[in-house]
Design a protein around this ligand. Structure first.
Ligand code: ADP
Ligand code: MG
Length: 290
């Protein structure tokens, strides 16, 4: 069968061909190819240092590949800036959680609408003191109405996290627990109305019940049809969520397939055992300390 031109493949969001990223002598991502179709949940697993976060950076525009091609929805977006990718609907969270420490929870989430609005009306969500001044000076305008709508939407997104964030919407992000900062990041990403959500270890630093809550949320997003690319260390989570799994080791893709196929793949077991990262009791792949 002839190899299909990806640009003619309907429903493929990311189509990544042979991307490579080198840091001095180290090849962190080595000729990795993958694709993610609309509506899929694809997980990237692998031991610490395997190149997972670096790969995410290449897809989200926070870093550029030395080689290879990244296509999104049929377009070559290799080396595009994060903002350009966000405007196309690529939203991501960071492994260690990034929030604006001095902004409130609500304003942190409102910022997520920026790329979406920049695309439609070249506007900015009005946040914090600027919003207060604006509301005082420009009463009764269409923009004020949009501002209210955005706030309502942000609150609805925050309500997805139950009582974790709602009582804290006016609190500065620096006062939040680590787990709550991760939740704020996801809420901010959802405000973009993403076409694909890239989650880098969303349950890192979370205990068992927090992890179970996060699993429920991601399952729900998946059921709503959101396309998800997930980096995750907790294998039971990966097994529950993923349609397909891609395994990286030392920058290379060593396996890919259905969750069960991958779990039983001898190369995958060797990669984890070789790095001594498998928890004996839990079966979780334990991340080394950051
Ligand atoms: P993972 O997310 O799978 O744990 P990373 O993508 O963070 O792995 O890292 C892959 C390899 O690349 C590691 O050896 C890491 O030290 C290295 N690396 C990542 N980012 C940089 C950087 N900015 N400069 C130099 N080396 C880096
Ligand atoms: Mg990482």
């Amino acid at each position: 069968m002839a190899i299909q031109n990806s640009q003619a493949s309907p429903g493929i969001l990311f189509d990544v061909r042979h991307v490579t990223r080198r840091f001095d002598g180290l090849t962190a991502v080595d000729q990795v190819s993958l694709s993610v179709a609309e509506g899929e949940c694809v997980s990237v697993i692998g031991p610490n240092g395997a190149g997972k976060s670096t790969l995410f950076n290449l897809l989200a525009g926070t870093d550029k590949p030395d080689d290879g091609i990244v296509r999104f929805d049929g377009d070559d977006v290799t080396g595009f800036a994060p903002e350009a990718l966000a405007q196309r609907g690529v939203a991501r969270t960071f492994q260690h959680g990034r929030v604006f420490a001095n902004l409130s929870v609500l304003d942190n989430v409102l910022i997520g609408a920026h790329s979406r609005l920049a695309m439609t009306r070249r506007g900015w969500p009005l946040i914090g003191a600027i919003a207060e001044v604006y509301r005082a000076l420009v009463p009764g305008t269409r923009l004020r109405h949009e501002d209210e709508q955005l706030r309502d939407e942000a609150k609805a997104v925050l309500a997805r996290f139950g009582t974790r964030l709602m009582p804290r919407i006016d609190a500065p992000a620096h006062s939040l627990s680590y787990a709550n900062r991760r939740r704020v990041e996801i809420a901010r990403a959802l405000m973009l109305h993403p076409r694909i959500l890239l989650l880098d270890e969303p349950t890192a630093g979370m205990n068992e019940s927090e992890t179970a809550e996060m699993l429920e949320l991601i399952l729900q997003l998946k059921q709503e049809g959101l396309t998800i690319l997930l980096i995750e260390h907790k294998l039971d989570l990966v097994m529950r969520l993923s349609d397909r799994v891609i395994v990286l080791d030392d920058g290379r893709k060593i396996a890919s397939g259905l969750p069960d196929e991958v779990r039983n793949n001898p190369r995958v077991i060797e990669a984890y055992l070789g790095h001594r990262h498998v928890g004996q009791r839990t079966g979780h792949v334990v991340p080394a300390a950051a």
